[in-house]
Design a binder for this molecule. Structure first.
Ligand SMILES: NC(=O)c1ccc[n+]([C@@H]2O[C@H](COP(=O)([O-])OP(=O)(O)OC[C@H]3O[C@@H](n4cnc5c(N)ncnc54)[C@H](O)[C@@H]3O)[C@@H](O)[C@H]2O)c1
Length: 268
């Protein structure tokens, strides 16, 4: 029996990086997995590639910044599968200009150009809209469905070490992730006496398309190694195993927690 046998899982940002690794892991553990993402073309390809490995994984298009789009996603899943057991909110961007898998958003030549006082407010708004408001909309719609279904549910939000440690040039990202940590704390407390548990993961630097720019930048690589006692990037499977723990009954006494899978940061 897999840890998620017979359960229905929705994973936003599920076609790439941490979301994708988690989708594959959840499916291996017996879940029926729906991956939801803004990139429709990549999404359809990802779903058929991932399904070739075993359990069918379905793709549904969603833009997490749109309440309407997320409502349609969750309504569709609940209508067709009759249940919603676990949700992983993994959709996110590292900066306003980041497009997953396409362009590097690093600006090594003039780092100060990325300081908050030099950035457009529209850049700030975009990152907050996707990372924080998008996660909030995912969580609240999932909770509404879970309460209506009356069955136990787990929600896992992907925060970041950036929610705790200031990263120069990434104020929007850091604040969005600090917000995700507090969103998790508040919602978990509000729901503590229900059957719904909400936790978060705070990854360090993990080898996904989002960190491709960092891995090509000698200055950033020095920073990452300085911050990471284990002296290496994490692998997506090292985050998906944490997601699986928080999604499953193995974490039954956890709610409102952020587990930092970060190669030894914040130790002291
Ligand atoms: N990779 C890391 O080192 C790292 C560290 C800490 C936190 N995180 C967080 O983990 C999550 C996943 O990142 P990743 O590294 O897998 O990056 P990724 O770029 O591989 O995946 C992010 C996914 O989110 C999707 N997405 C972006 N905007 C969206 C929108 N509006 N609606 C729906 N989907 C959207 C992208 O299309 C992409 O598939 C993000 O929230 C990121 O901030 C990543």
């Amino acid at each position: 029996m897999g840890a998620l046998e017979g359960r229905v899982a929705v994973i936003t940002g599920g076609i790439s990086g941490l979301g994708r690794a988690s989708a594959e892991r959840y499916a291996k553990e017996g879940a029926k997995v729906v991956i939801a993402d803004v990139n429709a073309e990549r999404g359809e390809n990802a779903a058929s590639e991932m399904s070739a490995g075993g359990a069918p994984i379905e793709f549904i298009h969603v833009d997490v910044t749109s309440e309407e789009s997320q409502q349609a996603l969750f309504d569709d899943v609940v209508r067709r599968y009759g249940r919603l057991d676990t949700v992983l909110a993994a959709a996110g961007v590292s900066s306003a200009n980041y497009v997953s898998g396409e362009v590097s958003d690093m600006n090594d030549e003039d780092p100060e150009a990325n300081f908050l006082h030099n950035r457009a407010i529209s850049d700030w708004q975009r990152v907050i809209d996707i990372n924080l408001t998008g996660t909030m909309i995912t969580d609240r719609i999932a909770v509404q469905h879970m309460l209506k279904l009356g069955t136990p549910g787990t929600i896992v939000n992907i925060a970041s070490i950036a929610g705790k440690r200031p990263l120069v040039g990434a104020a929007d990202y850091c604040v969005s992730k600090a917000g995700v940590i507090m969103l998790t704390n508040v919602m978990a407390t509000e729901l503590a006496t229900t059957n719904i548990r909400i936790n978060a993961i705070g990854p360090g630097f993990i080898e996904t398309p989002m960190t491709a720019g960092i891995r090509q930048s000698p200055d950033w690589m020095d920073n990452v190694m300085m911050m990471t006692p284990m002296q290496r990037f994490g692998q997506p499977h090292e985050i998906s195993s944490t997601a699986l723990f928080l999604a499953s009954d193995e974490s039954a006494y956890f709610t409102g927690q952020t587990l930092f899978a970060n190669g030894g940061m914040f130790v002291g």
